[in-house]
Design a protein around this ligand. Structure first.
Ligand SMILES: *Cc1c(COP(=O)(O)O)cnc(C)c1O
Length: 382
């Protein structure tokens, strides 16, 4: 079978007529860029998370980067993060001119290990960026204990979903800020987009300036009333989210929990089917945590992973790898001299992981097709 016979797509978005109607309404209005609809979305997101402010941006990458800039983190500073993530997390540290310091992850979740964070802190450590991998929050209470007393900023890479909760904590609650992605495959999507959410209104204002060139007035303020002069207060960037894209998110936000519950039900079926299969494992969700269930990954023996990826695609199942350990990718390995063995747990997960289709639109038959293909492929692991 070839990929032309694909039975189950790796990802399909869940946009509905409501969302399309919102976009059309904006397209037929006067104002396309960042204005009232983006503001409405920002307020809705902040409220959903119980936080004071949200700033919508062009991507989570921009949100993380502008957060570092707004905190004046740059050359000479160290930022601790995890190698088990998408490259954006550590790339923004480099773009800010700071030094990424990787630490290893927990073997059962793949999440940054707070004890490893504590051990890596130096006089130069200015921030820690945990990643809520697959939507399972890192141990924010432990990380907060480690960081708060030393004045180190915690910045959450919450690209895998605003739905994540753990030990009664929401993203943005125990950190300086949490950053989200609305990229094409994320739980909440407008194709490309992101946001920073924080309880610190001053930080939000600074990031809001950074997102449009450091200008003192945004486009809505400049053009929707009588013309007003603006000033440039700091050297900013261009990373705003236009109303056309925000329009896709406003109604989706109202479905965020029901869509999360649909993904949870699919994960429960996967977990039931894959428990007690020799050679097959998957990351655990800790007690007290609600995962956003952005991705469902299985762990297979490293020597079988690439073959399993090929076989699943032969069965018509869309797959992906989230993620191979960042420090071993060419640029990081060359620039920083990382070699295999630097972060054993992250490397092991990176060698064994394989992501399966997971989205609300997945039908029961499709889930069955994925399960039977995986069980077939797993026969060669035993
Ligand atoms: C998707 C993703 C990002 C980047 O999000 P963009 O909106 O595409 O910039 C950052 N971190 C993680 C963990 C991601 O999965």
């Amino acid at each position: 079978m070839t990929s032309a016979d694909k039975k189950v797509e790796f990802y399909r978005h869940s946009l509905q007529d409501d969302d399309v109607a919102e976009v059309e309404r904006v397209l037929r209005s006067l104002f396309l860029t960042t204005g009232p609809v983006t503001k409405e979305f920002e307020e809705g997101l902040a409220e959903y998370l119980g936080r004071k402010s949200a700033v919508a941006m062009s991507s989570c990458t921009s949100a993380l980067f502008l957060c570092l800039k707004a905190l004046d983190i740059g050359p000479g500073d160290e930022v601790i993060t995890t190698p088990m993530t998408f490259i954006a997390t550590s790339n923004v540290i480099l773009h800010a001119g700071a030094t990424p310091v990787f630490v290893d992850v927990e073997p059962d979740t793949g999440l940054i290990d707070p004890q490893e964070v504590q051990a890596a802190i130096t006089d130069k450590t200015r921030a820690v960026i945990p990643v809520h991998l697959y939507g399972h929050m890192a141990d924010m209470r432990a990380l907060h204990d480690v960081c708060a007393k030393r004045g180190i900023a915690l910045i959450e890479d919450a690209a895998h979903g605003p739905e994540s909760r753990r030990d009664g904590v929401a993203p943005g609650e125990l950190s300086v800020a949490a950053c989200f992605s609305f990229y094409a495959t994320k739980t909440l999507t407008c194709g490309e987009g992101g946001a920073l959410v924080t309880d610190n209104n001053e930080l939000a204002d600074r990031v809001r300036k950074f997102r449009t060139h450091g200008m003192s007035k945004d486009a809505a303020q400049r053009y929707t009333g009588r013309y007003q002069h603006w000033d440039m207060e700091l050297l900013g960037y261009k990373a705003n989210l236009p109303d056309v894209l925000s329009a896709m998110l406003v109604k989706q936000l109202g479905r965020i929990d029901s869509q999360c519950a649909q993904r949870e039900a699919i994960c429960k079926r996967y977990e039931a089917a894959f428990s007690d299969v020799p050679g097959l494992d998957f990351p655990k969700v800790r007690d007290g945590a609600r995962s956003s269930r952005h991705l469902f990954t299985i762990w297979v023996p490293a020597e079988h992973r690439d073959e399993a990826l090929a076989q699943l695609q032969d069965y018509g199942i869309g797959v992906a790898v989230n993620y191979r350990a960042v420090h071993l990718l060419s640029y990081y390995a060359k620039t920083f001299g990382y070699k295999r063995g630097a972060f054993l747990v992250a490397e092991s997960i990176g060698d064994r992981t394989l992501s399966l289709p997971l989205y609300p639109g997945l039908s029961d038959d499709e889930v069955d097709a994925v399960v039977s293909a995986v069980l077939e492929v797993a026969k060669s692991f035993a």
